[in-house]
Design a protein around this ligand. Structure first.
Ligand SMILES: [Zn+2]
Length: 188
């Protein structure tokens, strides 16, 4: 997880540092993370949603809680590289949540369902709505679903804007997450 965070563009790492984002690994999922929500007096996601989650962003504690059992299961049989890739994608998704939750306005979040409908089919289908997610969760879910795709691109040296997104979705994404980030060589 530390590696996944270190792999993010510098601007985004700075934003996460400003937010004070931290990580924790929860062994007894979902009870362990449910307990965290209860101590924080924060409204937990639905039991089904939590059960299936690889990780969750705890806003009040500014912490990404990772589901240890989930990772142990999905990385079984994968080689080190593939394993790292899977973990990184989940981590980037959660950092996308962190940036979206903390930087969005009520007004922007209201657009979630509309933006979700404008996503390319593969990304739209990756978000189980209607079904798993509530309407008020869609905005963050849209941003968090796009983010790992874009991080993967810059890791491959592609710093273009997200031309595959509808202009309104792209604008929402760029309002949450400064894009494109500067290349490592641009930094002073
Ligand atoms: Zn999510």
């Amino acid at each position: 997880m530390r590696k996944a965070r270190a792999a993010l563009p510098a601007e985004h790492r700075r934003l996460l540092d400003e937010i004070g984002a931290q990580e924790t690994v929860v062994a007894d999922w979902p009870q362990g993370v449910l307990n965290l929500y209860l101590t924080l007096r924060e409204r937990p996601p639905s039991p089904v949603q939590l059960e299936r989650a690889a990780a969750a962003w705890l806003e009040a504690r500014r912490t990404v809680a990772f589901n240890l059992a989930f990772f142990t299961t999905i990385v079984e049989g994968l080689d080190d590289r593939a394993r790292e890739q899977v973990v990184a994608h989940v981590a980037w998704h959660e950092y996308g949540h962190a940036l979206s939750v903390t930087r969005s306005t009520w007004h922007q979040r209201r657009e979630g369902p509309r933006l979700h409908a404008l996503l390319p089919p593969d990304l739209r289908d990756a978000i189980d709505f209607p079904g798993l997610y509530r309407r008020d969760q869609l905005f963050d879910e849209v941003i968090a679903t796009i983010y790992p795709v874009m991080v993967e691109r810059v890791r491959n040296g592609d710093y273009r804007a997200a031309e595959f997104l509808h202009p309104e979705v792209r604008r929402a994404f760029e309002e949450m997450i400064p894009w494109p980030p500067s290349r490592p060589t641009d930094q002073t």
